[in-house]
Design a protein around this ligand. Structure first.
Ligand SMILES: NC(=O)c1ccc[n+]([C@@H]2O[C@H](COP(=O)([O-])OP(=O)(O)OC[C@H]3O[C@@H](n4cnc5c(N)ncnc54)[C@H](OP(=O)(O)O)[C@@H]3O)[C@@H](O)[C@H]2O)c1
Length: 292
């Protein structure tokens, strides 16, 4: 981060809208780097750097919150009508600011089912699930907003406190096997680091509005689960075939198994030169194991 001043100045002020798992990690890192960073949540909390924003009940931040803001990251999912909660409530306010950058966390669900093939930013989105159709609509709303927006498409997010280890410990694990099925994933630290890396060079924003952030090795869920059991020194339960398990899965859990794709990170890692901290699930899970 030594050359961070090259495009982010000491005057940069960040607002993180929707400070859940990824937003908190991003905010914590920015503060360590010395940037003023305010975060939103839907209800009051004791953190002095936090403010309330809740599009569901119309609570919008006080005008003062926006003073001097230069950068915004939205981590808030679409509303039930498929519209973006931030743009629905705050678009005019955001447009009145002198923003240098707006980041939006989206999902690789917008690519739909690629039947195990690789998907990249040049592929036409083909969302299958309703939630992914809503997501694509939000991406388009952000692009059409005229704000200096950069969209990050993310696969399954994991990291300390949110990984297969928690599922095993809470006895919520299901060891399901489905032939040729793979998933892509990303460690939360790489979301933060990749975005900060991109912010260091304004050209990255100018030429690339949509960027996948995924690790190098899409793989089956079983490989990941087996690796966690091995690290814990426990024996993995016998896998159940997807066809046998599917009746018991919630609709949302079932929906994840209906799509099969490998998310390419070539734009981020080859063209733009970002070096992943956790190139694969083994490195990422070791970090979770040591921090849990
Ligand atoms: N989890 C994954 O594996 C995954 C994968 C790909 C993409 N994504 C997407 O990437 C983004 C970040 O993911 P995450 O897992 O870090 O998110 P998260 O932990 O679920 O946090 C979401 C945040 O959005 C806020 N929020 C939700 N609805 C809101 C509304 N109507 N008005 C105001 N705030 C609202 C929540 O507020 P509170 O703090 O008050 O709850 C929370 O801070 C999300 O859009 C998510 O859908 C997630």
């Amino acid at each position: 981060m030594n050359n961070i001043a090259s495009s982010l100045s000491k005057k940069s002020k960040f607002l993180i809208l929707g400070c859940g798992y990824s937003g908190s990690f991003f905010a914590k890192t920015l503060r360590k780097l010395g940037f003023t960073t305010l975060t939103s949540s839907r209800s009051e909390n004791k953190d002095q750097n936090s403010f309330v924003f809740n599009s569901e009940n119309g609570t919008v931040p006080n005008k003062k919150i926006f003073d001097g803001v230069t950068h915004i990251l939205s981590c808030i999912p679409p509303d039930n009508n498929g519209n973006d909660p931030v743009l629905g409530s705050l678009k005019n306010k955001l447009k009145s600011l002198s923003l240098e950058w707006v980041g939006y966390l989206s999902t690789t669900g917008v690519y739909g089912n690629a039947k195990g093939d690789w998907v990249s930013e040049i592929d036409q989105p083909s969302p299958y699930q309703i939630r992914s159709q809503r997501r694509l609509n939000c991406e388009n709303e952000w692009i059409e907003s005229g704000l200096p927006v950069q969209i990050f498409r993310l696969p399954g997010i994991y990291g300390p406190g949110r990984s297969t280890f928690e599922a095993i410990r809470n006895k919520k694990i299901r060891v399901i096997s489905k032939k040729n099925q793979v998933f892509s994933r990303i460690h939360v630290a790489d979301i933060t680091n990749a975005i900060i890396y991109l912010l260091q060079n304004k050209n990255h924003l100018k030429f690339h509005q949509i960027i996948n952030i995924a690790d190098d090795e899409p793989c089956s869920q079983i490989e990941v689960i087996k690796y966690c059991y091995d690290l814990l020194g426990l024996k993995m339960p016998k896998p159940i075939l997807f066809e046998d398990a599917k009746e018991e899965l919630s609709p949302i859990a079932q929906s994840f198994w209906m799509e099969n794709r490998r998310v390419s990170n070539k734009l981020l890692c080859e063209t733009l030169g970002y070096e992943l901290i956790y190139k694969n699930y083994k490195l990422g899970l070791k970090n979770c194991f040591l921090n849990s």
